[in-house]
Design a protein around this ligand. Structure first.
Ligand SMILES: Cc1cc2nc3c(=O)[nH]c(=O)nc-3n(C[C@H](O)[C@H](O)[C@H](O)COP(=O)(O)OP(=O)(O)OC[C@H]3O[C@@H](n4cnc5c(N)ncnc54)[C@H](O)[C@@H]3O)c2cc1C
Length: 309
């Protein structure tokens, strides 16, 4: 079984920053990533609030970070972490962790959980079956598949609003539907959307059913009455939630499922740290995720150095 000083769950900005710090302190580091290196930032076409790099795209930032991790000798492993077990280590003062994945298990002396968050689903019948066949959670990832088609964007926040604008440049018609009488998105975004000729705004409406055999054919919703529309795609953008059930025996979770840690990104389990959107904290942004990554790594480095004394 491979063994690393630091094993990081998730190659988002938090995980990759943690890796850079760990590697520069001469620790062996592996990052396990179940999907694409970069995480959520891959969905962002233009970042305007990351200090020093105005206008950089999420893909470009992810690529720069990936290069930095590789440059210092970091090891990316394409696998999903299924569970993490702590066991007392006979030949060291601390514990070691056995990380079970959907591939080979890996051993590590310390862990940084940086698994971000996952898209909130509608929880409707047929939703899972139609993912990739008309149901999507990411406009920038899948929008090109709906060129000149009619699509529905569901959700009233900024991510949904940005997605409406993005899709309006690709699709024939974009319906923007949200539950409340007014969207939560910033005013300037809403105003820009209102000027788009191929966007129709549908307030106070709730999606109730998705229909389609091999692909999405119809969306039922409740607005003023029970109604239906034919669209080729629905982009469900109703927020994100943590995915930490699998770690509940290792770390403490709060009532929303986020990992409880202190200012130093230390969890209740010695040797286990957390970083980024997975942590219970106020502001989920790139700048706070990268800061967490640095703090969590410095905690892991300190922990490892004490083990070796
Ligand atoms: C559309 C959109 C626009 C945004 N715009 C901005 C913006 O303009 N400015 C800003 O500052 N922030 C923005 N954000 C928020 C910002 O992107 C996030 O706060 C930040 O990227 C979180 O980084 P992270 O590393 O904590 O998590 P993530 O980016 O979610 O990365 C976690 C990684 O872990 C992987 N993973 C999860 N579970 C496992 C597992 N069990 N095993 C292995 N791998 C796993 C995931 O596949 C993912 O790659 C935006 C977010 C979205 C969705």
């Amino acid at each position: 079984m491979d063994k690393y000083d630091i094993l990081i769950v998730g190659a988002g900005v938090a995980g990759m920053t943690a890796a850079v710090y760990g590697l520069r302190a001469k620790k062996s580091v592996a990052i396990l990533e179940k999907a694409a290196v970069g995480g959520q930032i891959l969905q962002t076409t233009k970042l305007d609030n990351y200090p020093g790099l105005p206008g950089i795209s999420g893909v470009e930032l992810a690529e720069k970070l990936r290069g930095q991790v590789k440059q210092f000798g970091g090891h990316f492993v394409s696998a999903e972490v299924v569970s993490i077990e702590k066991k007392e280590d006979a030949d060291s003062k601390g514990s070691s962790f056995v990380v079970a994945t959907d591939d080979e298990p890996i051993e590590a002396k310390s862990i940084i959980i940086a698994n971000g968050s996952k898209e909130r689903k509608l929880g409707l019948e047929n939703e899972e079956r139609l993912i990739g066949h008309g149901v999507s959670y990411c406009a920038t990832c899948d929008g090109a598949l709906f060129k000149d088609k009619d699509v529905l964007v569901y959700g009233g926040g900024n991510t949904a609003a940005y997605s409406v604008l993005y899709l309006a440049g690709i699709c024939r018609k974009v319906y923007w539907m949200f539950r409340k009488p007014a969207p939560r998105a910033e005013k300037h975004l809403v105003e820009t959307i209102e000027e788009k000729e191929n966007v129709e705004i549908m307030k106070s409406s709730v999606v109730t059913h998705l229909e389609g055999q091999d692909k999405l054919e119809r969306v039922d919703y409740h607005g003023e009455a029970d109604e239906s529309m034919s669209v080729s795609g629905i982009f469900v953008l109703i927020g994100r939630e943590p995915d930490n059930e699998r770690f509940k025996n290792l770390v403490e979770l709060d009532e929303t499922g986020h990992i409880v840690s202190d200012e130093t990104c230390t969890t209740r389990t010695l040797g286990v740290f957390c970083a980024g959107d997975t942590r219970a904290k106020k502001l989920n942004q790139i700048v706070t995720a990268t800061a967490d990554g640095a703090v969590a790594a410095s905690g892991a480095i300190e922990y490892l150095n004490k083990l070796n004394k």
